[in-house]
Design a protein around this ligand. Structure first.
Ligand SMILES: [Zn+2]
Length: 242
């Protein structure tokens, strides 16, 4: 369905944009943190949390979170073309806040991991240059980058699903759509997509909460009238997949 495809494209463009921005900001954080570590002593390490939050601030991390919060409204705009039910404004604000907290966690976790590394290195008495090297491994390693990417795309997908859930009509059925099947698609998603079906509410919830699609899933459950589903070639299905 064209509307769903368009929505998927918009979500992926947004995720790509934020992933790129996260990469840039983490490169900046790395530079600032390197300078900080070269001046670090075991006494000043006690104030690491404060220093880390200043680094995040300076590198534009919190600005990015603010911007992300605004951009979440674009997701809603896109969702409203598909599902038009009303949403409680207070609930929406709450969902948004939750999303920002989740993303903020990336920056906070990075600082804590770094602190752990710093303590470990100070205990065994390595040089500050070596500390920076160790940090580069921690912060710039592909593990951390892919972690941030997973977080962003998962957060965007989750937010879209919450909005779709809120804006659905009680009489709607649900279809499973999103990114086309490729080499990253999980077997579980492949199986549900291949059913080309529509699902009732209970089946939808079972798919939605399946732990196999918890992270990095690029699919969603979209509300649609049964008539519209049939017209678009979906058939009644179970959604059950191993
Ligand atoms: Zn998926």
């Amino acid at each position: 369905m064209i509307l769903l495809e368009k929505n998927q494209e918009e979500m992926e463009a947004l995720a790509d944009e934020f992933e790129d921005r996260f990469d840039e900001i983490f490169a900046f954080i790395f530079l600032l943190a390197s300078a900080e570590i070269l001046l670090l002593t075991s006494t000043t390490l006690n104030r690491w949390d404060e220093r880390w939050s200043r680094i995040l601030q300076k590198a534009g991390f919190y600005d990015l979170l603010q911007e992300y919060s605004k951009r979440l409204d674009e997701i809603d705009k896109s969702v409203r073309k598909i599902a038009t039910g009303a949403v409680d404004k207070k609930k929406l604000a709450l969902l948004k806040k939750l999303q920002i907290k989740e993303l903020e966690k990336i920056g906070i976790d990075a600082g804590l991991n770094l602190k752990k590394g710093l303590y470990k290195h100070i205990m065994v008495g390595v040089t500050q240059q070596d500390l920076v090297k160790a940090m580069a491994k921690d912060l710039q390693g592909s593990r951390f980058k892919s972690y941030a990417k997973t977080y962003v795309s998962t957060a965007i997908n989750d937010y879209r699903q919450l909005l779709l859930n809120e804006r659905a009509k009680p009489t709607d059925v649900w279809v499973y759509e999103g990114a086309d099947i490729d080499n990253k698609t999980r077997d579980f998603c492949k199986c549900v997509l291949n059913q080309a079906g529509y699902f009732n509410y209970d089946q939808k919830v079972a798919i939605e909460l399946n732990p196999k699609r918890r992270y990095n899933c690029r699919h969603g459950l979209f509300p649609i009238s049964e008539e519209e589903a049939l017209k678009n070639g979906y058939a009644k299905a179970s959604g059950v997949c191993k």
